[in-house]
Design a protein around this ligand. Structure first.
Ligand SMILES: [Zn+2]
Length: 270
């Protein structure tokens, strides 16, 4: 994957924005960081060398021209985050050659944030590279996709512990009141469960988009995946949004029972 970017850089054909699409844990963020090293590396020989000051600063998250926004904790990306980035994009590069902005999991952007980002993609600042990542190839973010070069990633290995009970209770049992009650009592448990559900529904969307089974995290839940894949993209996105909203409530120590019930309704909607 990195070789492809190396060639583009060597030939001065690197575009100003890329969207890396693939399941969780398929190496998108690592590749984005390696590309940031590639374009800022000070070595005369093979780039990225991993040893020069620029490479090391990027690896440790301390390079003033390389910014990473978004995480795996399902925190939504807000307009303030994008505005911060826009401010930085207007500045000269401090020490690097190219300013690199990595925005992870863009499906978690609020609509306002997505709109602000869109403007940046339309009028790219000089010497700026945007690398966006997402696990949800089909989303309401079509306009953003259309302004980026899309690069597809595939899963290397399964990293998500498959908690069969959570999926069984949430996807197969409509009368799961006692499970929801049990779950909502423990913030740690519920966060784990929401992560699992999020990765499942991301898989459903990938599956529905025609991604090969080998690239999915939840290959052993193919039956359920086929069932949910008959739903529209909009409905599936709604489920994902509800999962993310529930996670936000957990973070704020608020009661999540209502939110979980609503999630159940979305899951069982027909
Ligand atoms: Zn280097």
């Amino acid at each position: 994957m990195l070789q492809r970017f190396s060639r583009l850089t060597a030939n001065h054909r690197l575009a100003h924005a890329y969207l890396l699409v693939g399941p969780q844990d398929s190496g998108k963020t690592q590749t984005a960081l390696s590309v940031a090293q590639l374009v800022n590396c000070e070595s005369e020989k093979s780039k990225p060398c991993g040893e020069c000051a620029a490479c090391r600063k990027i690896a440790s998250g301390n390079h003033p021209d390389v910014h990473v926004i978004g995480n795996d904790e399902m925190d939504s990306i807000k307009i303030e985050d994008i505005r911060f980035l826009l401010g930085r994009a207007q500045l000269m590069a401090y020490e690097g050659k190219t300013k690199v902005f990595i925005i992870r999991n863009i499906e978690l952007m609020t609509p306002e944030a997505a709109n602000a980002l869109l403007k940046t993609l339309e009028e790219p600042a000089a010497n700026t590279l945007m690398i966006l990542t997402t696990s949800v190839p089909e989303d309401s973010l079509e306009t953003i996709r259309s302004r980026c070069h899309v690069v597809k990633f595939f899963l290397k290995e399964e990293n998500i512990p498959n908690n069969r009970k959570v999926l069984d209770e949430m996807l197969l049992n409509r009368n799961n009141d006692s499970f929801l009650k049990e779950l909502s009592a423990d913030p740690k448990e519920i966060t784990q469960a929401l992560k699992l559900l999020l990765s499942f529904f991301r898989d459903v969307i990938l599956f529905k988009s025609g991604v090969s089974k080998a690239a999915l995290v939840h290959q052993d839940n193919l039956k359920e995946m086929e069932r949910f894949a008959t739903r529209g993209f909009e409905e599936l996105t709604l489920i994902i949004r509800q999962i993310v909203q529930t996670k936000e409530l957990v973070d704020e120590n608020l009661n999540v029972k209502m939110s979980l019930s609503l999630l159940r309704e979305h899951i069982w909607a027909n």
